[in-house]
Write a protein that binds this ligand. Structure first.
Ligand code: COA
Length: 168
């Protein structure tokens, strides 16, 4: 059985996740948007009962390793054209151990199993090779470059778009 699982955020997680969010030295350059640190209590309140977004804690062997989130992206006005865009952030201590691969595979599996969406997508900086590799290992297919899509560190960054579709 995999040692990685996704589960709902509980109150006890909030100091851990808020602590990581405040610790700029631990933050990956790819997750640093120059915004004030995220309050996970606020986030919990925001996503509760909102079907267009979600957030789960990633656990490895019973320890909090990070989080995954998703939000609806509309590719047309009908419900069938709603896709999910996912994101992930793991604490540094958990990088490079296969956790990101498994967590993103589990999240895509869950979204296909629990919603009617035909597409789960993710994008990442063209320089974020670890995330590109993790997405590929999780069954996502590279689709192309989204030029100048993200502002971080004082400049626009190109992203690589990936997706898994229901038929994959
Ligand atoms: C990106 C992230 C989710 C990946 O999760 P992870 O658990 O570290 O990744 P995994 O261990 O599952 O897989 C990483 C793969 O990338 C490879 N890799 C890591 N660094 C690499 C690099 N600099 N160049 C090339 N490949 C690299 C690893 O070797 C591994 O591939 P392998 O199993 O074939 O050897 C995680 O590192 C993270 O949270 N980073 C900070 C936040 C972030 O970048 N989030 C995504 C923003 S879009």
């Amino acid at each position: 059985m995999s040692r990685v699982r996704l589960r709902a955020l509980v109150d006890e997680d909030i100091p851990v996740l808020d602590g990581w969010a405040r610790d700029t030295a631990r933050r990956s350059e790819f997750a640093d948007f120059g915004l004030p640190p995220l309050s996970h209590a606020d986030l919990l309140a925001r996503v509760a009962g909102d079907p267009r977004t979600g957030f789960l804690v990633v656990e490895e062997a019973g320890r909090v390793a990070g989080s995954v989130s998703w939000q609806a992206v509309a590719y047309g006005p009908n419900p069938q054209s709603r896709a999910w865009n996912i994101g992930i952030e793991l604490d540094r201590d958990f990088h490079g151990r296969g956790v990101g691969t498994t967590a993103q595979r589990l999240l895509a599996d869950m979204l296909f199993a629990t919603t009617d969406a035909g597409r789960v997508e993710a994008s990442t900086d063209v320089e974020n090779l670890a995330e590109q590799r993790a997405l590929e290992k999780a069954g996502f297919r590279r689709e192309g470059v989204l030029r100048g899509a993200q502002w971080r560190g004082g400049r626009w960054h190109d992203l690589v778009g990936y997706a898994r579709v229901r038929a994959d």
